[in-house]
Ligand binder design. Structure first.
Ligand SMILES: *[C@@H]1O[C@H](CO)[C@@H](O)[C@H](O)[C@H]1NC(C)=O
Ligand SMILES: *[C@@H]1O[C@H](CO)[C@@H](O)[C@H](O)[C@H]1NC(C)=O
Length: 175
Protein backbone atom coordinates (compact mmCIF):
# COMPACT_ATOMS: atom_id res chain seq x y z
CA UNK A 1 0.00 0.00 0.00
CA UNK A 2 2.96 2.31 0.59
CA UNK A 3 3.27 3.58 -2.93
CA UNK A 4 4.34 7.10 -3.66
CA UNK A 5 2.25 9.15 -1.25
CA UNK A 6 3.46 11.34 1.55
CA UNK A 7 1.00 12.33 4.29
CA UNK A 8 2.04 15.24 6.48
CA UNK A 9 0.34 16.48 9.64
CA UNK A 10 1.52 19.31 11.88
CA UNK A 11 4.23 18.43 14.44
CA UNK A 12 4.65 14.78 13.37
CA UNK A 13 5.44 15.46 9.70
CA UNK A 14 5.35 12.57 7.27
CA UNK A 15 3.47 9.61 8.79
CA UNK A 16 3.06 7.68 5.57
CA UNK A 17 3.33 3.93 6.38
CA UNK A 18 3.75 4.61 10.09
CA UNK A 19 1.94 4.41 13.39
CA UNK A 20 1.05 7.81 14.80
CA UNK A 21 3.68 8.05 17.56
CA UNK A 22 2.42 7.28 21.04
CA UNK A 23 4.01 10.32 22.64
CA UNK A 24 3.35 14.05 23.04
CA UNK A 25 -0.39 13.36 22.81
CA UNK A 26 -0.13 12.99 19.06
CA UNK A 27 -2.89 10.36 19.00
CA UNK A 28 -5.18 12.81 20.73
CA UNK A 29 -4.04 15.78 18.65
CA UNK A 30 -4.64 14.07 15.34
CA UNK A 31 -8.33 13.87 16.22
CA UNK A 32 -8.45 17.70 15.97
CA UNK A 33 -5.83 18.56 13.39
CA UNK A 34 -7.13 19.78 10.05
CA UNK A 35 -6.59 17.84 6.86
CA UNK A 36 -3.06 16.70 6.11
CA UNK A 37 -0.87 17.68 3.20
CA UNK A 38 -0.93 14.75 0.79
CA UNK A 39 1.88 14.79 -1.76
CA UNK A 40 2.22 12.68 -4.83
CA UNK A 41 5.60 13.53 -6.28
CA UNK A 42 4.92 11.49 -9.40
CA UNK A 43 1.79 13.47 -10.33
CA UNK A 44 1.56 14.64 -13.93
CA UNK A 45 1.17 18.38 -13.91
CA UNK A 46 -1.49 18.48 -16.59
CA UNK A 47 -3.59 15.64 -15.21
CA UNK A 48 -6.50 15.66 -12.80
CA UNK A 49 -6.75 13.36 -9.81
CA UNK A 50 -9.12 12.16 -7.16
CA UNK A 51 -8.14 11.43 -3.56
CA UNK A 52 -9.91 8.97 -1.29
CA UNK A 53 -9.26 8.51 2.44
CA UNK A 54 -11.00 5.60 4.15
CA UNK A 55 -10.93 3.51 7.31
CA UNK A 56 -11.38 -0.20 6.51
CA UNK A 57 -11.43 -0.98 10.24
CA UNK A 58 -14.69 0.69 11.26
CA UNK A 59 -15.73 0.19 13.92
CA UNK A 60 -12.90 -2.30 14.56
CA UNK A 61 -10.51 -4.44 12.59
CA UNK A 62 -11.96 -7.63 14.07
CA UNK A 63 -15.52 -6.67 13.13
CA UNK A 64 -15.42 -4.11 10.33
CA UNK A 65 -19.16 -3.95 9.72
CA UNK A 66 -19.02 -0.25 8.77
CA UNK A 67 -16.16 -0.71 6.27
CA UNK A 68 -15.34 1.52 4.46
CA UNK A 69 -15.71 4.64 6.54
CA UNK A 70 -15.24 7.55 4.13
CA UNK A 71 -13.07 10.22 5.72
CA UNK A 72 -12.37 12.37 2.72
CA UNK A 73 -13.19 12.41 -0.96
CA UNK A 74 -11.88 15.13 -3.26
CA UNK A 75 -12.09 15.19 -7.04
CA UNK A 76 -10.73 17.55 -9.71
CA UNK A 77 -7.36 18.01 -8.01
CA UNK A 78 -4.89 19.56 -10.43
CA UNK A 79 -1.67 17.66 -10.99
CA UNK A 80 0.44 20.61 -9.87
CA UNK A 81 -1.51 20.77 -6.61
CA UNK A 82 -1.25 16.99 -6.12
CA UNK A 83 2.52 17.29 -6.53
CA UNK A 84 2.69 20.04 -3.91
CA UNK A 85 0.28 18.38 -1.51
CA UNK A 86 -2.42 21.03 -1.78
CA UNK A 87 -5.61 19.04 -1.82
CA UNK A 88 -8.14 21.34 -3.36
CA UNK A 89 -10.83 20.58 -5.87
CA UNK A 90 -14.39 19.38 -5.50
CA UNK A 91 -14.76 18.17 -1.95
CA UNK A 92 -17.50 15.57 -2.26
CA UNK A 93 -16.92 14.45 1.33
CA UNK A 94 -15.24 16.96 3.66
CA UNK A 95 -12.26 15.79 5.69
CA UNK A 96 -13.09 14.09 8.97
CA UNK A 97 -10.15 13.40 11.29
CA UNK A 98 -9.41 9.88 12.57
CA UNK A 99 -11.32 9.27 15.81
CA UNK A 100 -10.98 5.54 16.47
CA UNK A 101 -13.36 4.48 19.27
CA UNK A 102 -11.89 3.26 22.56
CA UNK A 103 -11.05 -0.43 22.84
CA UNK A 104 -11.18 -1.07 19.11
CA UNK A 105 -7.48 -1.48 18.50
CA UNK A 106 -5.50 0.08 15.72
CA UNK A 107 -7.32 1.43 12.69
CA UNK A 108 -5.73 1.81 9.29
CA UNK A 109 -6.33 5.10 7.50
CA UNK A 110 -5.80 4.50 3.84
CA UNK A 111 -5.25 6.97 1.02
CA UNK A 112 -5.71 6.28 -2.68
CA UNK A 113 -5.05 8.57 -5.62
CA UNK A 114 -6.60 7.82 -9.01
CA UNK A 115 -6.19 9.50 -12.34
CA UNK A 116 -9.52 11.18 -13.03
CA UNK A 117 -9.03 11.92 -16.72
CA UNK A 118 -12.14 13.63 -18.10
CA UNK A 119 -14.60 11.87 -15.82
CA UNK A 120 -17.25 13.65 -13.78
CA UNK A 121 -17.29 11.99 -10.39
CA UNK A 122 -20.22 12.03 -8.00
CA UNK A 123 -21.61 10.06 -5.11
CA UNK A 124 -25.04 8.49 -5.33
CA UNK A 125 -27.52 10.13 -2.92
CA UNK A 126 -27.49 6.97 -0.76
CA UNK A 127 -23.68 6.99 -0.69
CA UNK A 128 -23.66 10.65 0.27
CA UNK A 129 -26.17 10.03 3.07
CA UNK A 130 -23.66 8.19 5.20
CA UNK A 131 -19.90 7.98 5.57
CA UNK A 132 -20.09 4.49 6.99
CA UNK A 133 -20.42 1.18 5.15
CA UNK A 134 -19.41 2.77 1.87
CA UNK A 135 -19.19 0.29 -0.96
CA UNK A 136 -15.95 1.69 -2.31
CA UNK A 137 -15.49 -1.11 -4.81
CA UNK A 138 -18.82 -0.34 -6.41
CA UNK A 139 -17.89 3.33 -6.57
CA UNK A 140 -14.53 2.53 -8.20
CA UNK A 141 -16.18 0.20 -10.70
CA UNK A 142 -18.79 2.79 -11.58
CA UNK A 143 -16.07 5.13 -12.79
CA UNK A 144 -13.80 2.41 -14.17
CA UNK A 145 -10.97 3.05 -11.76
CA UNK A 146 -8.61 0.11 -11.62
CA UNK A 147 -5.21 0.55 -10.04
CA UNK A 148 -4.49 3.65 -7.96
CA UNK A 149 -1.64 5.84 -9.15
CA UNK A 150 -0.42 6.07 -5.57
CA UNK A 151 -1.51 4.92 -2.13
CA UNK A 152 -0.48 4.75 1.51
CA UNK A 153 -1.81 4.33 5.02
CA UNK A 154 -1.06 5.24 8.60
CA UNK A 155 -2.30 3.62 11.80
CA UNK A 156 -3.53 4.98 15.07
CA UNK A 157 -5.74 3.92 17.95
CA UNK A 158 -7.82 5.70 20.54
CA UNK A 159 -5.46 7.81 22.63
CA UNK A 160 -6.91 6.53 25.88
CA UNK A 161 -5.91 3.01 24.89
CA UNK A 162 -2.29 3.99 24.38
CA UNK A 163 0.12 2.68 27.02
CA UNK A 164 1.50 6.18 27.66
CA UNK A 165 -1.94 7.38 28.73
CA UNK A 166 -2.88 4.30 30.77
CA UNK A 167 0.07 3.11 32.85
CA UNK A 168 -2.00 0.16 34.10
CA UNK A 169 -1.68 -1.49 30.73
CA UNK A 170 -4.32 -1.34 28.04
CA UNK A 171 -3.66 -0.76 24.40
CA UNK A 172 -3.75 -3.59 21.98
CA UNK A 173 -0.59 -4.85 20.43
CA UNK A 174 -0.12 -3.89 16.80
CA UNK A 175 -1.02 -6.69 14.44
C1 LIG B 1 7.54 9.59 3.87
O1 LIG B 1 7.47 8.32 4.49
C2 LIG B 1 7.50 7.22 3.59
C3 LIG B 1 7.38 5.96 4.41
O2 LIG B 1 8.33 5.90 5.41
C4 LIG B 1 8.80 7.22 2.80
O3 LIG B 1 8.76 6.18 1.87
C5 LIG B 1 8.94 8.57 2.11
O4 LIG B 1 10.19 8.61 1.46
C6 LIG B 1 8.84 9.69 3.09
N1 LIG B 1 8.95 10.94 2.39
C7 LIG B 1 9.89 11.84 2.69
C8 LIG B 1 9.95 13.06 1.85
O5 LIG B 1 10.67 11.68 3.63
C1 LIG C 1 -24.25 15.40 0.51
O1 LIG C 1 -24.58 15.52 1.88
C2 LIG C 1 -24.24 16.77 2.46
C3 LIG C 1 -24.56 16.76 3.95
O2 LIG C 1 -24.73 15.50 4.46
C4 LIG C 1 -25.01 17.87 1.76
O3 LIG C 1 -24.62 19.12 2.31
C5 LIG C 1 -24.67 17.84 0.29
O4 LIG C 1 -25.43 18.81 -0.39
C6 LIG C 1 -24.95 16.47 -0.29
N1 LIG C 1 -24.47 16.45 -1.68
C7 LIG C 1 -25.24 16.10 -2.68
C8 LIG C 1 -24.60 16.12 -4.02
O5 LIG C 1 -26.41 15.76 -2.53
Amino acid sequence: LCRGLEVLYPEVGNISCMYVPDCSNYREKITHWPEPIVKFHGALEDAKYILIMVDPDAPSRSSPIARFWRHWLVTDIRGTDMKNGRIQGQELTPYQPPTPPAQTGFHRYQFFVYLQEGKTISLLPEENDSRGAWNMERFLNRFHFNEPEASTQFLTQNYEDSPAQSPGGGGNAPK
